[in-house]
Design a protein around this ligand. Structure first.
Ligand SMILES: Cc1cc2nc3c(=O)[nH]c(=O)nc-3n(C[C@H](O)[C@H](O)[C@H](O)COP(=O)(O)O)c2cc1C
Length: 137
């Protein structure tokens, strides 16, 4: 699997319905394109995990290029881009205000556990930021 993880800041002019539309459209497009992961919007920020099979990695590389240029957010900070052993999210889901269910929380923890193996130096920062953002700590 190939995956990209980033944080960004939403444009303050975005209204709740704009964000909901963005989340719903992303969820639909990704599920149609064999992309799994999660997009969370919370208090003016986005957090997204994108993953797809390595053979199709261009799909998310190109998607991330489009996302980078999207005027609806700024300060896009990529924290992870690499190969992963396994798919950690069975599908793609968007959530407003970080209403995560236990399965999603487990998937994120498993993702972080893998990160520890791949990136022992950067792990604690990524893990802290992610858990803080998702209000898991
Ligand atoms: C925070 C954020 C996350 C996004 N995530 C996705 C996504 O996961 N999948 C997707 O297809 N588009 C996503 N988009 C929208 C893309 O930037 C872009 O508008 C969309 O892919 C359509 O591109 P096109 O108009 O060039 O076809 C996201 C946009 C933002 C601002």
């Amino acid at each position: 699997m190939y995956s990209i993880v980033y944080y960004s800041t939403a444009q303050p002019y975005l209204e709740n319905r704009d964000i909901e539309e963005l989340l719903v459209n992303s969820e639909k497009a990704n599920n149609e394109n064999n992309i799994s992961g999660i997009l969370v919007y919370k208090e003016g920020n986005f957090f997204q995990i994108l993953e797809c099979p390595i053979a199709e990695k261009e799909t998310i590389i190109q998607l991330f290029e489009r996302i980078l240029k999207d005027p609806r957010h700024y300060n896009v900070i990529k924290v992870i881009e690499r190969h992963n052993r396994a798919r950690l999210f069975d599908k793609y889901r968007s959530t407003f205000k970080a209403l995560l269910n236990p399965t999603e929380i487990t998937a994120i923890y498993n993702y972080l556990k893998q990160e520890k193996e791949y990136n022992p130096e950067g792990y604690s920062e990524v893990s802290y930021l992610t858990q803080k953002f998702l209000a898991l700590i």
